[in-house]
Ligand binder design. Structure first.
Ligand SMILES: Nc1ncnc2c1ncn2[C@@H]1O[C@H](COP(=O)(O)OP(=O)(O)OP(=O)(O)O)[C@@H](O)[C@H]1O
Length: 547
């Protein structure tokens, strides 16, 4: 086909077309590695801004430490230190000479004398209005939060987390910390970690904000050496970039891990969140000992908090389980077929799923159709046959998976933790039996307290998922919504706004339906979980009333 352009010379075409919109360039197909994706979208893993990055880094390291100690039934001892690093010290760490500002007007935080005067006057006005509102009992915003962070100089912190856990095999360390989406917790088991992402996100953030590598020291039980590894991550290839990886003497036969990382953060704005997190972790983990330290060049800013162990009774170790037939999709069935060591379809059904016994498997195969037989090779199933199995799994009736493999905090621990941290006038706890959501068992435990130390008037909601405190996105969470909207506090003669009420809900499962990879909240859209939370909370309030 002839185009109108063909008769014009290139020059004429260029001139004549000067007003027409530029033709978009053909899109070029590109690929991203998982590390690049998460570096570009770090907010979805809870790394939103420097302050939140400091918080999430602490969280990820503490949760790994607890998972590790509990996996060998060791009462956890976790030491976490955040050390503030001034700009000069940071510059000398990276070998950068300190520079004084020469041309002040170049900087984002530069203000003329007039602008400064104007800003101070405005701030004074805001403070005045806030003081008036506070006097009238109205809610006021934290003045620090209203101030723009523009032009703020970066603050750096060295975060160190030491535990007495399992440690890591020497050769696995680089991939555990330097390859996004690699971990040992992908099996079907209740663990705090799940995605194989957290430690790598902390490393990606350190790479983005300070350019410094992570340092890991680790030793496994009765090993006569410790492993030391300094590494960063090749974001483009999603592989570890090892600076040093060596074995060192381990005279004391120490076992555990110590992770050290230098990142940009903001202690001032996230101090209270980090301390709340530690306090709530102590509530749900009263059998652990935590030492939290913040160390600054200005000693008056230093913080040392010891959360002592109050019990030696640890919840049982969660057990790995097999998939329930109603929890699998076609892709997962295909993966299980690839990985199974079983030869026949009958053996496959019997051994790779929970709640399918031999005679049940035979009946299921009979139901699949004439081209299925118990002795047929499972590896030779066609894609259509796999779809048929999936269809049957969705329609057939199976016993619910057992909750025995889960490890709830336990009523005793929950109550102990609440008493230890809040000193309430009254507390009652209640443990539910196992229930099921999409083929995954879950257990809800609830506690309700009245009165206490440092407890605000009204509802104070504490949420835990797989024994992790959840501090963000409170409003959208199933527990908050239930406590606020679905419980009739009046009927228990409790004043929802005046009394100091603590509501504690802990959910454990082989699959917590978190919204996003940041593990910040559980949505309100899963009816099984919503009704269990309501039931258990009501039961705990009733027990509290009886007390
Ligand atoms: N302190 C530790 N002790 C022993 N092993 C550890 C420790 N920290 C990390 N690991 C190992 O490194 C792996 C990767 O950790 P990472 O935090 O990236 O992911 P995860 O904990 O598996 O999952 P998630 O992203 O959900 O936290 C873990 O699965 C664990 O095997």
């Amino acid at each position: 086909m002839e185009s109108g352009r063909s008769s014009e010379s290139p020059e004429v075409a260029k001139k004549g077309k000067s007003k027409t919109p530029r033709k978009p360039k053909d899109s070029i197909l590109k690929q991203k590695s998982p590390a690049e994706f998460f570096a570009d979208n770090k907010n979805i893993a809870g790394f939103d801004n420097p302050g939140k990055c400091l918080y999430t880094t602490v969280r990820e390291l503490v949760e790994n430490a607890l998972d590790s100690a509990e996996s060998i039934s060791e009462l956890p001892v976790v030491e976490i230190t955040i050390e503030e690093i001034g700009r000069s010290k940071f510059n000398s760490m990276i070998g950068l000479a300190d520079h004084e500002r020469r041309d002040e007007a170049l900087y984002d935080d530069f203000e003329t004398a007039k602008a400064r005067e104007k800003r101070l006057a405005k701030e004074a006005r805001v403070l005045e209005i806030q003081a008036k509102n506070a006097a009238l009992g109205k809610k006021v915003k934290d003045p620090a939060a209203t101030k723009a962070a523009k032009g703020r100089e970066a603050s750096y912190y060295r975060v160190t987390c030491k535990d007495n856990g399992r440690g890591m095999p020497h050769d696995d360390i680089p991939n555990m910390f330097g390859r996004v989406l690699s971990g040992t917790k992908y099996g079907l088991k209740q663990t705090r970690g799940k995605f194989g992402l957290g430690a790598k996100m902390a490393l990606i953030w350190s790479k983005m904000s300070t350019g410094l590598p992570i340092e890991i020291t680790s030793s496994m039980n009765s090993q006569n050496y410790t492993s030391f590894c300094r590494l960063d991550i090749d974001i483009h290839k999603n592989v570890p970039h090892i600076h040093m990886h060596e074995k060192r003497e381990n005279k004391e036969r120490w076992h555990g891990a110590e992770i050290q990382i230098v990142i940009e953060g903001n202690w001032t704005t996230y101090r209270s969140k980090i301390l709340h997190y530690m306090r709530q972790m102590a509530v749900i983990t009263p059998y652990a000992q935590f030492l939290f330290q913040f160390v600054s060049d200005s000693p008056e800013k230093n913080v040392t908090i010891r959360f002592t162990r109050r019990t030696d009774i640890m919840p049982s170790v969660p057990l790995e389980t097999k998939y329930h037939p109603s929890a699998v999709d076609i892709l997962l069935i295909k993966r299980l077929i690839t990985e199974t060591s079983k030869q026949t379809l009958l053996q496959f059904l019997q051994h790779e799923f929970v709640n399918i016994g031999k005679s049940h498997a035979e009946r299921l195969i009979g139901e699949m159709g004439p081209d299925f037989s118990p002795k047929m090779s499972v590896k030779s199933l066609t894609p259509q046959q796999i779809v048929r199995i999936h269809q049957l799994f969705r329609q057939a009736k199976f016993d619910d998976p057992s909750g025995d493999i889960l490890s709830p905090a336990g009523e005793y621990n929950l109550r102990l933790g609440i008493i230890k941290e809040l000193h309430p006038d009254m507390v009652a706890t209640f443990s539910g039996s196992a229930q099921v959501f999409e083929g995954h068992p879950f257990i809800v435990e609830a506690g309700v307290s009245v009165g206490g130390k440092d407890v605000k008037q009204g509802l104070n909601v504490f949420r835990f998922a797989n024994r992790i405190p959840l501090l963000f996105e409170q409003g959208a969470d199933v527990v908050t919504r239930t406590a606020m909207k679905r419980i009739n506090w009046n009927s228990y003669k409790i004043n929802q706004t005046q009394d100091k009420i603590g509501v504690f809900v802990s959910i454990v499962s082989t699959k917590i339906p978190f919204k996003g990879t940041g593990k910040e909240y559980i949505g309100d859209d899963i009816s099984e979980i919503a009704s269990a939370v309501k039931l258990l909370s009501n039961a705990a309030i009733s027990s509290n009333q009886k007390l």
